[in-house]
Ligand binder design. Structure first.
Ligand SMILES: N[C@@H](CCC(=O)N[C@@H](CS)C(=O)NCC(=O)O)C(=O)O
Length: 208
């Protein structure tokens, strides 16, 4: 049985959404971040950085939300949540999947850490908010939100009419941007997030 190490609302929801979208069986292991479970030896043996998500599956244990989503989808090509390897569509799929962790996460986390994250949850403890760094995060987010809005103009999903794993990954960035009240200036992105929120698997992952 697969075990998903998670704690909502965090990037672990990307992995949960992929599991739900694919209809796979899994057990949830909540890692109680506010109680420091992620720093204990048991969880550090699973994830050396003490962050979520991590996934224990048949034959492997892995971490990194983007990699987990891509691996699960590749294990189930019959569900067609990714274009075939080597195809032109696959190039865009890789592009947007990695855009989620390489571009969206740092911008959103810079804003979150410096403007929103409760001080008692700051890592390392004692870190303070910083208005200048928060502003960098907001500006970095704006550039990326504009790029996504351009890519999504006239299409339902990032790759066109078909929903893929790239939408799961960028969809989480939209969830974060909505949570941080950064998405309001980007109507195309907001409408896209609205479409994603209609999906039953999204609702099971984000609203349960
Ligand atoms: N690059 C990692 C980032 C994982 C990460 O930083 N997770 C955060 C929640 S979004 C976490 O577990 N933080 C624990 C803590 O701050 O103690 C991924 O995408 O899986």
């Amino acid at each position: 049985m697969r075990i998903l190490y998670e704690w909502p609302p965090t990037r672990s929801q990307r992995a949960r959404w992929a599991l739900e979208e694919l209809g796979l069986d899994y057990e949830s292991h909540p890692v109680k971040l506010m109680e420091g479970e992620q720093n204990g030896a048991d969880y550090r043996a699973i994830h050396p950085l003490g962050v979520v998500p991590a996934l224990k599956a048949n034959g492997y244990t892995m971490f990194e939300s983007v990699a987990v989503v891509m691996q699960l989808i590749d294990e189930h090509p019959e569900k067609t949540l990714a274009p075939p390897p080597g195809s032109p569509e696959r190039a865009l799929y890789y592009q947007w999947c990695t855009f989620a962790c390489a571009e969206m996460d740092p911008a959103l986390m810079a804003y979150f850490d410096n403007a929103v994250r409760p001080l008692e949850a700051m890592r390392p403890p004692g870190r303070q908010h910083n208005a200048e760094f928060a502003d960098y995060g907001r500006r970095d987010f704006a550039l990326r939100a504009e790029a996504l809005s351009k890519a999504l103009r006239g299409r339902d999903y990032l790759l066109g009419p078909a929903f893929t794993g790239a939408d799961i990954l960028i969809g989480h960035s939209c969830f974060m941007a909505a949570h941080l009240e950064l998405i309001g200036d980007y109507p195309i992105l907001q409408a896209y997030h609205g479409r994603l929120k209609q999906r039953p698997a999204y609702q099971r992952s984000y609203e349960s």
